[in-house]
Design a protein around this ligand. Structure first.
Ligand code: HEM
Length: 467
């Protein structure tokens, strides 16, 4: 105990000195409320952890990767000194996977790490969506988060081309056809991405974007995202109480769990588990490099993007869906996510009080999963109108129906419980407010809004935990 107190004090003093002289805030040392020590409250931190792994493994890969489409004289399966038919980008990737000690693990973990980062980010996004963390005062955190989402997908898109395999080249071409159809931005972006129209021009631009431009943008957005998080603190558990405070006071913050040893070991545990899993999977199932661009000796395979873009690829297979329409609908979806805090205006955060957004979120989740599986199973296969209707229609109909039925049932039992609570408060002589002043799910208006305490939101309001 003595050591812990001494260590915390020294750490705070040292960083306090640095903060005073440089302005670098001591964010990681900020105590956190006890109720947040469940994985669901740390989803964003898991994404940061995954991002850091990508940066480190990516820098190591940079030592060997050559962003060139020219044939190469380096060893690439051939004896050294013999000209290889394959482009240097593919050849250097082949060298990393086949010849470099631990290279296969390094490259595979970088690829699987990208999948994991995107997956964890989607979990972080959906958690925020369902628990209404985007509501006041966290609207800007959400909007910056949406930009992070797009930037992370940009990292995936640009990285896919770098090994210069035939499959990644074809999928990038399809993606570019879609991206360059973006209204207003498409024609502006075109010359920047395509350069002089050659394979080398495209590879150089994708490389620059992947290793420098997008990581810089991601870093800057992450800084803004975390500054906003520090400004508001962690969102309290979702609740039906419209009067619940959504921010902790500085005083409450100080009573939280300190950085050392709790937060440090909590995060280290998850970080080590993440790296262990990644390395284990990469060792058991190392990534196999597909053939290179222009290899005529191998039959042309299907054009397929990574899993997170499969839904969009399937979408353009639908009869009547042109690239312009596909990109138009994607733009509407992005705008919906970006401006969600201003569309869902109710003060209650619990999903059971937001049946429309609950049903819409479920439907879109079902839609993306089904489309991705469909895209993976039948890439490039044209889909007719009747099949689209019977496969996709039920997802939306069933979700909205179920949400509506639950809402009705829940509201009925909830109102009954509220009335019982009011009655008992009146019998105890605690409740003095008029019945009409009680909003379902709120504390009586005559009493001050319930503070958010370490155990979560006010239990009388029927708050829901978020894990
Ligand atoms: C590269 C992607 C992202 C990273 C690295 C990231 C990181 C973080 C971190 C570290 C936090 C602090 C709380 C926590 O650990 O959960 C956080 C909170 C938050 N993030 Fe993200 N985030 C990302 C993407 C997103 C996206 C896509 C959205 C939504 C569109 C979003 C919305 C939010 C919101 C609203 C909060 C505040 C939540 C709360 O207070 O409980 N983030 N993020």
């Amino acid at each position: 105990m003595g050591f812990t107190r001494w260590f915390n004090r020294t750490l705070n003093r040292t960083w306090g000195f640095i903060e005073d002289r440089t302005g670098i805030p001591k964010w990681p040392l900020r105590p956190q409320p006890a109720f947040t020590f469940k994985p669901s409250y740390w989803t964003g931190a898991f994404v940061v952890n995954a991002f850091l792994y990508q940066v480190v493994s990516g820098l190591l890969l940079l030592l060997y990767y050559q962003p060139s489409v020219n044939p190469t004289y380096t060893s690439c399966g051939q004896p050294i000194g013999q000209l290889s038919a394959s482009p240097a980008a593919w050849c250097s990737t082949s060298y990393i996977t086949n010849s470099l000690p631990m290279g296969s693990i390094l490259l595979s973990t970088h690829l699987y790490g990208a999948y994991a980062m995107i997956f964890l980010m989607l979990v972080h996004f959906y958690r925020g969506y369902y628990l209404g963390v985007y509501k006041a005062p966290r609207e800007f955190s959400w909007m910056v988060g949406t930009l992070l989402l797009l930037t992370t997908f940009g990292m995936g898109f640009t990285g896919y081309l770098l090994p210069y395999t035939q499959i990644s080249y074809n999928a990038t071409q399809v993606g570019l056809v879609l991206a360059l159809r973006l209204p207003t931005f498409g024609p502006i972006l075109g010359p920047f991405i395509l350069a002089d129209g050659t394979g080398q021009g495209l590879l150089s631009r994708m490389f620059a974007a992947h290793v420098l431009l997008i990581p810089l943008a991601l870093g800057a957005l992450l800084y803004a995202h975390i500054s906003l998080f520090e400004a508001h603190g962690i969102a309290p558990p979702a609740t039906s109480d419209p009067l619940q405070r959504r921010r902790f006071t500085e005083h409450e913050d100080k009573k939280g769990v300190p950085f050392w040893p709790h937060i440090f070991f909590y995060m280290t545990k998850w970080a080590l588990l993440y790296i262990g899993l990644l390395v284990g999977i990469a060792a058991l199932w190392p990534w196999q490099l597909p053939t290179y661009v222009g290899n005529t000796a191998v039959a042309a395979g299907v054009t397929e993007p990574d899993w997170y873009f499969l839904w969009l690829f399937k979408f353009v297979d639908f009869a009547g869906v042109t690239p312009v329409l596909a990109i138009g609908i994607t733009t509407v979806l992005i705008a919906f996510v970006l401006f969600l805090p201003f569309l869902d205006r109710s003060k209650r955060t619990h999903p059971r009080d937001r049946p429309f957004f609950l049903a819409l979120g479920n439907s879109l989740l079902g839609f993306f999963i089904l489309m991705s599986v469909w895209g993976g199973l039948t890439p490039g296969l044209q889909i007719q109108d009747s099949e689209i209707a019977w496969r996709l229609g039920p997802i939306f109909v069933v979700n909205f129906l179920v949400a509506w039925l639950f809402y009705r049932k829940y509201q009925k039992s909830y109102r009954a419980r509220l009335e019982a609570r009011e009655r008992s408060l009146r019998l105890d002589g605690v409740y003095t407010g008029a019945k009409s002043a009680v909003v379902p799910g709120s504390v009586p208006r005559s009493s001050p809004p319930s503070p958010v305490v370490a155990k979560g939101a006010s239990s009388a309001s029927g708050s829901g935990g978020s894990s």
